[in-house]
Write a protein that binds this ligand. Structure first.
Ligand code: TRH
Length: 385
């Protein structure tokens, strides 16, 4: 990385054009609502910005998941507790404020930034980073501004930044070296290093989900297929759901997996980099939420997404929009609707070759589009120009 008078230059294979961005100080605010996605997306954003030479502070109200998600931290990223009130001793206002997923940035922090801007010492770019969706409103809303009329930030302007699947959105998080790392990756070595006994020819499937009603049906499918399967179950809700389904099956139908076609490994929590490796190692990935979906797309293997459920069923349209965005074949659409408790089933048979082709085509299309951090850097620098 060449550094010159506060300006960095980076050239990458994913983005061959030489891009020059000033080094800015970013304050990214994240409130953990539930699960791991709020922190997972925020952390990935921080890492990506830091890898491109930006200076990042992540303010988070509950950083506990970083102990396993990022045990080694990341050079260039400082994690700060989002206490109430915020402790601002020794904190100089940065140039970029990001509120992840509409969390309201601490007013005392906004006050220091607004003061600096009013005093003429700083030009603040205030970004509201939204949730990922493939719905049509995303293109309409991406980049819109909203003047702040009240409170300590009155006079500043917020801008909405929408991740998405088309060139007229903010794109997807994708590190510049992703493809090179994938090309160097060896699945056999990784599985062995993680103590996973894998026999060549055995199908490897990852399971990261909430509690799908049809999980027992999936287990039946995997246990009765011709090919044997090794199911790698992630800890937490997925593991609890799998264990409870298996206990019930063992009680009601002890012969359900008599031939041992299905083998199950319960994984420990992996750090975020190794979570990617898990997805790259599998022939089929069950993912959920937001961040793991994007990672499974980049993995390029057949995937099934359990969408984060919303009480008003707004997630139904969001799921359909995603299936449209990846041009999912009919069987993959039917599988998703049942997996997401939208259609009662029975669960569609797995059709990995067709699903794999669709995901690879979607991945290839998405790789043509600029990544989220590249776009965000451009956006912020345009705002501050
Ligand atoms: O945990 P999630 O269900 O998060 C959800 C969604 O983000 C949802 O949109 C949001 O509204 C809700 O949280 C509050 O799934 P997601 O988004 O995939 O986040 C999981 C993160 O955890 C992701 O960054 C990958 C990481 N992870 C690891 O690093 N190691 C692991 O072993 C596992 C299982 C996950």
């Amino acid at each position: 990385m060449a550094t010159n008078l506060g300006t960095i230059q980076r050239m990458t294979a994913a983005d061959p054009a030489l891009t020059t961005w000033p080094v800015l100080n970013w304050d990214i605010f994240c409130k953990v609502v539930d699960n791991y996605g709020d922190l997972g997306v925020s952390w990935r954003l921080c890492r990506d910005l830091a890898s491109r030479g930006q200076r990042v502070r992540l303010w988070v109200d509950d950083a506990s998941a970083l102990r396993w998600m990022a045990p080694l931290g990341c050079a260039g990223v400082e994690v700060r507790a989002w206490t109430q009130p915020l402790s601002l001793q020794g904190v100089a206002a940065g140039e970029v404020l990001v509120e992840a997923f509409g969390c309201e940035i601490a007013p005392e922090f906004i006050a220091t930034n607004a003061y600096k801007q009013r005093a003429g010492g700083n030009k603040v770019a205030w970004i509201n980073l939204e949730y990922l969706s493939a719905e049509a409103y995303v293109e309409r809303s991406h980049g819109l501004s909203s003047p702040v009329l009240r409170g300590p930030g009155a006079g500043l302007t917020k801008h909405f930044f929408y991740p998405g699947f088309t060139p007229r959105t903010g794109g997807l998080l994708r590190e510049p070296d992703l493809l090179q790392r994938q090309a160097r990756f060896d699945r056999t070595v990784w599985l062995r290093q993680h103590g996973i006994e894998w026999r060549p020819g055995e199908q490897v499937v990852s399971l990261f989900c909430y509690e799908p009603d049809v999980l027992p049906q999936l287990l039946d499918q995997l246990a009765t297929q011709a090919a044997s399967t090794r199911l790698l179950v992630t800890p937490g809700r997925a593991s609890a759901a799998a264990q409870s389904a298996i206990e019930r099956k063992n009680r009601l139908d002890p012969s359900w997996n008599m031939g041992g076609t299905l083998s199950i490994s319960y994984l420990p929590a992996l750090d975020q980099i190794d979570f990617d490796h898990l997805l790259w190692s599998c022939d089929l990935n069950f993912v959920r939420g937001e961040d793991s979906l994007v990672r499974a797309l980049w993995a390029g293997r057949p995937l099934v997404w359990q969408i984060y459920p919303q009480h008003d069923d707004a997630h139904h349209d969001k799921l359909e929009a995603f299936l449209d965005a990846i041009d999912a074949p009919a069987s993959l659409r039917r599988f998703h609707r049942t997996w997401n408790n939208i259609d009662p089933g029975p669960l569609e048979a797995l059709a990995l070759p067709a699903w794999g082709l669709a995901i690879q085509a979607a991945r290839a299309r998405l790789l043509q589009q600029p990544d989220l951090v590249g776009q965000l850097l451009e956006f912020v620098n345009t705002l501050r120009a």
